[in-house]
Design a protein around this ligand. Structure first.
Ligand SMILES: CC(C)(COP(=O)(O)OP(=O)(O)OC[C@H]1O[C@@H](n2cnc3c(N)ncnc32)[C@H](O)[C@@H]1OP(=O)(O)O)[C@@H](O)C(=O)NCCC(=O)NCCS
Length: 178
């Protein structure tokens, strides 16, 4: 693959031009307007992948509390908006961004994501969370999400062993909760 230059930047540091480029890239990759999703996801940290001066791939993470029964609250890096321009796909760019994430997550206890293609992430070391998932609603109630799937990537600070059959919960957020 042509060499990918990876740049890390917090959402607040994105220029208007860069934010527009991220939105356009994700809109093309997901084939639907992505601005509302980025609004729902909220501020986080982006990895921008450039070939020459063109933004070709993107991933980001937001920090969310992931509460695991029997373990307690883990500070998770929740990976979102993994996307590669259609014209640049299958060249290893998204894989390169995902591999670049883990060493940058020293202050997190675990990395999580909601996979569209589990096999893609499995090859990169991610594992399905098998325990029941739920979210805590704004009124404090617990809402089971049996149709949702998430995967995790252990980090240096991840408790070991970790019972991935344990029930786990996040706080509600607008849009896609998981
Ligand atoms: C999913 C997505 C991010 C993958 O991006 P990508 O940059 O094409 O990913 P990679 O090139 O690293 O890997 C994709 C595939 O190409 C293969 N590949 C990587 N380098 C390759 C190369 N040089 N030649 C041929 N194939 C290659 C990988 O093995 C992988 O195979 P798989 O399809 O069997 O999993 C991209 O398809 C996308 O943006 N999709 C739409 C948005 C989306 O669904 N995002 C994920 C949400 S969870």
């Amino acid at each position: 693959m042509a060499s990918l230059i990876i740049r890390r930047i917090d959402s607040v540091g994105l220029s208007n031009h860069e934010r527009a480029a991220v939105t356009a890239l994700c809109t093309q990759a997901y084939d639907e307007p992505f601005a509302p999703y980025l609004t729902d996801i909220g501020p986080g940290t982006h990895l921008l992948g450039y070939v020459r001066d063109e933004l070709v791939a993107h991933a980001m993470w937001v920090t969310r509390e992931f509460r695991v029964e029997g373990v307690g609250a883990l500070r998770s890096a929740y990976i979102e908006a993994v996307a590669t321009l259609p014209s640049a796909q299958r060249r290893g760019y998204a894989s390169a961004l995902l591999r670049a994430c883990a060493p940058l997550l020293a202050e997190h206890d675990i990395a999580l994501l909601s996979p569209s293609d589990a096999a893609f992430y499995e090859r990169l070391g991610w594992t399905m969370w098998r325990g029941p998932l739920s979210y805590k609603a704004p009124d404090g109630g617990m809402v089971p999400t049996p149709d949702e799937e998430i995967m995790y990537l252990p980090l240096l600070r991840t408790p070991s062993p970790l019972d991935t059959l344990a029930a786990a919960e996040v706080d509600w957020r607008p849009g896609e909760v998981w």
